[in-house]
Design a protein around this ligand. Structure first.
Ligand code: ZN
Length: 254
């Protein structure tokens, strides 16, 4: 079977067409787009967004040979005042074709509001047995990781459904100990292909993504570059396959 790659976390509405093209040309055939509505004020902003990524953008990606799957949820960078309406609607949106889980959720500061929104969404993931992508921010990484895992423990979400994203050397042991799945973002501000290959044993249980957005420097071909570096270095093929395809396929059942 022909080898292909999976990018387990992007933000498709921020991706230029050329970025999607570069992904397709580099061998990516499946992509998971996460929800984010920056500065959202109203639940409806999320409802329209969910329809946009599961409809319009899914068709557009298919025209380039990419199967686009969606993760839905309230992102900490845009918590509407009526966020409970979004959370209550998630089970219905989970039935939409191509929706494979919840995300991107998580905390930036760890405020009570952020904790409440995260907890409510972890409960939905637990009750509906779907994976949930929880991000760890650039700042306050250790306390936010502690708090995230403690809330996840209270909720009692099965660890194999918990994807902790933007894992790096600072938190990888915590994630592995909890039994959650580390997601590894390949870009200059997170894990470079060099740091990945230098620490391959510690990252081997994870899955790669580019987390492409337009908020700071990003590279839609991060997963592709990492794949070629690992291959050129002669890293074990099974580890490469898991990081760049198989783990995402099994966690999200895609
Ligand atoms: Zn993201």
């Amino acid at each position: 079977m022909e080898k292909y790659l999976v990018d387990s976390h992007i933000h498709v509405t921020m991706l230029p067409y050329e970025g999607l093209q570069a992904m397709a040309e580099g061998g990516i055939k499946k992509v998971i787009t996460c929800s984010i509505v920056l500065a959202a004020q109203h639940a409806e902003s999320y409802f329209d967004y969910f329809r946009l990524i599961t409809g319009f953008y899914r068709k557009n990606a298919a025209s380039l040979g990419i199967q686009l799957y969606s993760a839905i949820g309230v992102h900490p960078a845009g918590i509407p005042h009526d966020w409970t309406r979004v959370v209550n609607a998630l089970p219905d949106f989970l039935k939409t074709d191509g929706v494979v889980g919840l995300g991107e959720v998580g905390m930036n500061q760890g405020s009570q509001l952020e904790q409440d929104v995260l907890k409510a969404q972890l409960e939905i993931a637990r009750d509906h047995r779907v994976p949930i992508i929880v991000h760890i921010p650039f700042e306050n990484r250790l306390p936010i990781t502690d708090l995230t895992l403690s809330i996840a423990g209270q909720v009692g979400i099965p660890p194999h459904l918990l994807v902790i994203d933007h894992a790096n050397l600072d938190i990888i042991e915590q994630i592995n100990q909890f039994g959650a799945i580390p997601a590894i973002t390949v870009r200059s501000r997170n894990v470079t292909p060099e740091v990945l290959s230098d620490n391959i044993d510690r990252f081997a249980h994870g899955m790669l993504n580019s987390d492409f957005s337009n908020l700071f420097p990003n590279d839609p071909t991060g997963v592709i570059k990492a794949f070629h570096r690992l291959k050129n270095l002669g890293i074990d093929q099974e580890i490469i396959d898991n990081l760049t395809r198989k783990r995402a396929e099994s966690v999200f059942q895609i």
